[in-house]
Each structure stands twice: as structure tokens, then as C-alpha cells.
Write a protein that binds this ligand. Structure first.
Ligand code: RNT
Ligand code: ZN
Length: 422
């Protein structure tokens, strides 16, 4: 153990913090790492569609994964640089069908066999998302709330197929699979009827969830949004819509940190959600002025979210998923930075004297509360985090980037060469 760690430990111990206990607490938390950071949401379907639904990936950093094998290799590299055992979150558009065209409503577990074999090899779980965008049937910006029966039916069947695929993941991998449903439905301009599309969405959801799965296998979540590009005036699946739906039907509400007003914080919602829901799901992202899905950084809001989870003893009641996509930097590095930050923020939160701070609040001593909250910010946290990484057998802050840069030289940049040459 390094001197720096020993000294840092003493600082925390003065405040009654047990570092070993914090390590144990944080080690247990798995993050669902989204596969789509690796290929700019291109997917692996036989026919490639343009991305739609108001989500955007910008940047042209070389080395993007071009197929399932490259994506898995990149993910594996990223996971090797992140402390702990995590999960991988797939989208239906990552089906592998041997070049054969399979419509999304016809997808079967076998189209994800490669992912399952790979997950087995790594000993990790898989989560899933129906892909209800980037498809001709989503061209109107309406899917499950579309006025046409035929379009709604297509997406209902796709969502049903997705839940069956998730059940297969769970059976094969021995860990429940979270199926998160996000649909882009909305209007660019002021609707003349807000209610009917919401009624249709509700009916579509009821139909999708009519098939019952053991919650030990399939955990359903619904993801709300405030607005998107092309749905500035109205989103059918708003927060109120899904919060009520989730409450009524026993589903998980998924809060994406980029899906609210810019000054509205998910950290401030968690305690209220936890009072009324047994579990809550998250998409941790970073909105910059809008739902831009920047790589998660170690910022105030991230630390406030983890602080809420830790101090309310809610780590076992949350499904933490990530949702960012940046093509302007090395994509493996993006995963590593964002996911390490998530873990780092959990450790940071586990090292706060929460009981004492709560006591100060109850006593009405807000001066001491603020003073200590500020003091904690400059505690020698980096030394504790490095020790944690070492014990988990992964690179420290100083080391991991070299590994990624070597990988981009040996593997990622060569992909571009091949493309140019062929
Ligand atoms: C879009 C939602 C959704 C997607 C992913 C790709 O605004 O956040 O979660 O980002 O499903
Ligand atoms: Zn999201």
C-alpha cells in the first residue's frame, strides 16, 4: 500500500469513514455499459438505416467499430480498464443475422447468440432496448403512438420480440435483463390534440406488457423525455406520462439525466422516486445545453446523484445505465472515461460522513453543513481511487490512457487503413 493511500486514509478516518467498507459497497455496483458508444449508433443490421428520432452523434474520430466482432473487441478493451464486473446494454439494432435481412418485428434470440456467447465468456449480464427509431416505419416521428394501426402493430411486435430476447439473455446468463423502452414520438409544433397520442401510447404499452415474464428474468423500464430535435413542442412519453404508467403497471421509471429542463436535476428526483417505487432506473448522460449525450464527467450532478443513492441506501434498488455517444474522441476512451467516472462518483459518495451531515441538518446548523460539504471536495480522494483501481486489478488514472492509445495504434487505426485500401 502506498504512503499516499495511507495518508489519505487517515484524513477520511478522522471523519469516521471506513475505507474498506466503502470499497466493498462500491464493488457490488454493476454499471450497464451501453454498446452504442462504440459505433456511433450505426448498429449491425443487414440493411443500415439513417439514425433518426432526434438523437445525434457528431464527430469523425477514426477507428469506429464496423461490425459486431470489432464492437465486442473494443468493449472488452474498455471493460478491462474499468474496475469491477459490469453489464453490457444492447439495442435491437445490434442483431447479427449473417447478412440476411430480418425485420425488427421478426427478431429472435438466435440473432443475439454471438453477444450471449461473448457475455458468457466474460461472465457478464446483458440488458436490452427495442430500437424504435432509425427505421422507415419511424419516419413520421411517431411509432407506438402513430394513428395508423399497421405502424403501431409493427412496433408493438418489435417490443414484444425484444422482451423475449431479454428473457433469453436472462436464462442463458443467470441474471435478470432490463428492457428499457424509449420511443421518439412527438411533434415539432404545437399539437391540436395531446391526449389521443398519449392514449394510443398507453394502449400500445399495455399490449406489449400483456405477455408476462418472471421479473427474475425480465425487468421492464420506460424512459421519458421532455423534448428532442423534431419534437420540440411535445413528446408523447413525457415524464408525467411514464411516471404514472410505471406506478400503475409496476414498471420501472427510467430517468435519463439529459431528458429534463436544463436546470432540472435528476439527483433531486431520486428520493421522491424511491419513496414510491421499489426500484428506479437511470441513464446517466451529460447534457450540454440540450440532450447532447456528452461523455459523463466527474461533475457536480454526477456526484450528487451517487450521493443520493449512497446516503439513502438505494444502491441495491437502482439500475444504473449509461447513455452517451461521442464520435469526436477515441470511442474506447469515451467508454473508459464515462464508466470510470460513474464508479469514481460512487466511491466518492461512499466516503462522505452522511450521518453526521444529516445530523447537522436536523440540528439546523446549516453553516457547519455547508462548511463540511465544501471541505470534503478537497479531501485526497484521488489517492483512494487509485488504490481502489489497483486492488481491482485495473490501471490507475495515470496509466489507462497509454493502454487505449496503444490499442488505437495496433487495432482501431488499422481499420481505417483497411477501408482506404479496399
Ligand atoms: C434518447 C434516449 C435513448 C437513446 C438510446 C440510444 O434520447 O436517451 O435512451 O439515447 O436508446
Ligand atoms: Zn437515454
Amino acid at each position: 500500500m502506498s504512503m499516499r493511500f495511507e495518508n489519505a486514509k487517515e484524513v477520511y478516518e478522522q471523519w469516521g469513514i471506513d475505507i474498506e467498507e466503502a470499497f466493498t459497497k462500491v464493488r457490488r455496483v454493476s454499471i450497464s455499459v451501453h454498446c452504442w458508444q462504440g459505433d456511433d449508433l450505426k448498429g449491425t443490421e443487414a440493411v443500415q438505416n439513417e439514425l433518426s428520432g432526434g438523437i445525434e452523434v457528431t464527430g469523425n474520430y477514426p477507428g469506429r467499430a464496423r461490425d459486431g466482432n470489432e464492437l465486442r473487441a473494443d468493449l472488452e478493451k474498455a471493460l478491462s480498464l474499468i474496475p469491477g464486473k459490469h453489464r453490457v446494454n444492447l439495442h435491437a439494432m445490434y442483431a447479427e443475422t449473417n447478412g440476411e435481412f430480418v425485420e425488427r418485428d421478426q427478431l429472435k434470440p438466435e440473432h443475439f447468440r454471438k453477444w450471449v456467447d461473448w457475455a458468457k465468456k466474460l461472465g457478464i449480464g446483458l440488458d436490452f432496448n427495442p430500437t424504435v427509431f432509425g427505421h422507415p416505419m419511424a419516419a413520421d416521428g411517431l411509432t407506438l403512438a402513430h394513428p395508423k394501426d399497421e405502424i403501431r402493430k409493427f412496433w408493438i411486435n418489435h417490443c414484444k420480440a425484444s422482451r423475449r430476447i431479454a428473457a433469453y439473455f436472462a436464462e442463458e446468463l443467470g441474471t435478470a435483463s432490463l428492457v428499457n423502452l424509449w420511443v421518439p414520438d412527438g411533434f415539432k409544433d404545437t399539437p391540436s390534440d395531446r391526449l389521443t397520442p398519449r392514449k394510443r401510447l398507453k394502449e400500445s404499452l399495455d399490449e406489449i406488457y400483456a405477455e408476462e415474464f418472471d421479473p427474475k428474468y425480465v425487468i421492464d423500464a420506460v424512459e421519458s423525455k421532455l423534448f428532442g430535435i423534431g419534437s420540440e413542442a411535445y413528446v408523447v412519453g413525457s415524464h408525467e406520462f411514464y411516471m404514472n404508467y410505471a406506478n400503475q403497471s409496476g414498471k420501472l421509471c427510467l430517468l435519463d439525466t439529459g431528458h429534463f429542463h436544463p436546470t432540472e436535476m435528476v439527483s433531486n428526483k431520486l428520493s421522491a422516486m424511491l419513496l414510491f417505487h421499489s426500484r428506479v432506473a437511470l441513464h446517466v448522460s451529460r447534457p450540454v445545453r440540450w440532450d447532447s449525450d456528452h461523455v459523463v464527467t466527474f461533475d457536480d450532478e454526477l456526484r450528487e446523484i451517487t450521493t443520493e443513492l449512497v446516503r439513502n441506501n438505494a444502491l441495491e434498488r437502482v439500475n444504473i445505465g449509461l447513455d452517451f455517444f461521442d464520435a469526436s474522441i477515441n470511442r474506447v476512451a469515451a467508454w473508459v472515461i464515462g464508466t470510470r467516472n460513474m464508479k469514481k462518483a460512487l466511491l466518492y459518495a461512499a466516503l462522505i460522513p452522511h450521518n453526521y451531515l444529516k445530523e447537522l441538518q436536523d440540528r439546523g446548523d446549516f453553516t457547519s453543513r455547508l462548511a463540511l460539504q465544501e471541505q470534503i471536495k478537497t479531501f485526497p480522494f484521488g489517492d483512494i481511487w487509485d488504490e481502489y483501481c489497483k486492488r481491482m486489478g485495473v490501471a490507475t488514472e495515470n496509466e489507462w490512457l497509454d493502454v487505449v492509445q496503444q490499442y488505437e495504434k495496433d487495432v482501431q487505426f488499422k481499420r481505417e487503413d483497411e477501408k482506404v485500401g479496399s
